[in-house]
Design a protein around this ligand. Sequence first.
Ligand SMILES: Cc1cc2nc3c(=O)[nH]c(=O)nc-3n(C[C@H](O)[C@H](O)[C@H](O)COP(=O)(O)OP(=O)(O)OC[C@H]3O[C@@H](n4cnc5c(N)ncnc54)[C@H](O)[C@@H]3O)c2cc1C
Ligand SMILES: NC(=O)c1ccc[n+]([C@@H]2O[C@H](COP(=O)([O-])OP(=O)(O)OC[C@H]3O[C@@H](n4cnc5c(N)ncnc54)[C@H](O)[C@@H]3O)[C@@H](O)[C@H]2O)c1
Length: 455
Amino acid sequence: MIYDVIIIGFGKAGKTLAASLAKQNKKIALIEKSEKMYGGTCINVGCIPTKFLREKAHQVANEEGGFDEKAEAYKRAIEDKNTLVTMLRGKNYDKLNQFENITIYHGEASFESENKVNVEMQDEKIVLEGNQIFINTGATPNTPPIEGIQGNAYVHTSETLLENRNLPKQLCIIGAGYIGLEIASMYHNFGSEVTVIQREEGFLPKEDKDIADSIKEIMTKKGICFELGVQNIRVEENEVVFTKNNTEYRKEADAILVATGRKPNTMGLNLDSIGVDMDARGAIVVDEYLHTSVPNIWAMGDVTGEAQYTYLSLDDYRIIEGALSVGESAVNKVPYTRQTRKNIPYSVFLDTPYARVGMNEKEAKERNIPIRVLKMPVAAIPKAQVLKRTEGMLKAIVHKDTDKILGVMLLCEESYEMINVVKMAMDYNADASQLKNQIFTHPTMTEALNDLFSM
Ligand SMILES: Cc1cc2nc3c(=O)[nH]c(=O)nc-3n(C[C@H](O)[C@H](O)[C@H](O)COP(=O)(O)OP(=O)(O)OC[C@H]3O[C@@H](n4cnc5c(N)ncnc54)[C@H](O)[C@@H]3O)c2cc1C
Ligand SMILES: NC(=O)c1ccc[n+]([C@@H]2O[C@H](COP(=O)([O-])OP(=O)(O)OC[C@H]3O[C@@H](n4cnc5c(N)ncnc54)[C@H](O)[C@@H]3O)[C@@H](O)[C@H]2O)c1
């Protein structure tokens, strides 16, 4: 079968591109290897299930009851999460399936040549031919060579842990990145006793020390235990064994989560044989318009090794849409590319959420930029008092000479909403004084930006 466009992977960029090109009357094949992944990582095993469970966990933390009651509430939360995910998966499938010119194939794709893709389906193997091919295969949990984790029923990835209906009394998490910390916060609220283990001594090493210390202090105060700078991690059945200062420790757990990063999903695509370049981590190398090294093949989302966020995958779709609309001969005139993309914000959905955009103090000093550092405690925000969520701090980095906002770090309730306002202000090159004097509704967390920029 011959298509105008083949899209491999039902991720955020892929599904959005499919709908858009279908409206332009292109004949499209979309290939997804798992029926449980229609809609991609975000809605099935990533952002949506974790943020749904985070809300449920928050409710459970405020309810009376011992472990057994909490375990029941957890089981119901997992069932509710599954119901939500099933509904979203169905909607995602139907949204594309309604187009007469989109065919969804359930099977694993691999390249036969530059414009031929094999699809290994349950009962048959077919070959599709396409003029333009877009790879959107995402990323998959990175399993480090830790002794004792392979084939161990106590050991989970985030995907299998969130399928487990039994609340672990003790949860041990290896890896203190986004997934490790978000799940630590969430399971602590559900009622698990949580320990987070990390090889590196430094906690959240990319963040400013005052921010990282404050996050750790908040989590420790709630009762989450951290073991940082540990060596020789191994797992023996339901125990995580490690050494610290030459002493061996054993941590028993009902569940062990390995959250040590996610690697680009390129294995099995047969990219080498058709000349698509990959880097040492197996990520597809792309230029600013998301071309791969083969002219008719593009890649987008996590598989390109870019920071792994759903909104960046969506933004990759925007870049491709822009490039396709002008055609290859004029592609270098497209104003919006990966190179011009700027001020990428992020949020870590901890119990006290953390959000950041732009440069922090450490980075500004490394680059010898003259700065003003503005800080204020969250307890000074009236809305934080209303919410009874007074822990945390706000911090801004402002250019001393130009008054431009270089970066903002928000460790407070609702920071994941507030950060988008700052991102927009930075995108429009606002001065710090403009946020200082901006009208914001009251009482809100966002109005604290008036005070932060008055510091
Ligand atoms: C637990 C967790 C929480 C997260 N929380 C957040 C969050 O709060 N906010 C945020 O922005 N991001 C979050 N992320 C990251 C976010 O989910 C990803 O960055 C995003 O979903 C990546 O989208 P994508 O378009 O690159 O591909 P994906 O959505 O990963 O889609 C790729 C698809 O390709 C399919 N596929 C792979 N290989 C093949 C093949 N050979 N043939 C056919 N199909 C194939 C896969 O099955 C998959 O469905 C989270 C991730 C995880 C794991
Ligand atoms: N809120 C969000 O936007 C959100 C939430 C969850 C996940 N994500 C995305 O998913 C990606 C994956 O998350 P993650 O937490 O798995 O990765 P990560 O890269 O954020 O953190 C990995 C952690 O594992 C540790 N580690 C690595 N190898 C190890 C080993 N062999 N032994 C012990 N520790 C080891 C690292 O030091 C680090 O602390 C993130 O990069 C993020 O982009 C985003």
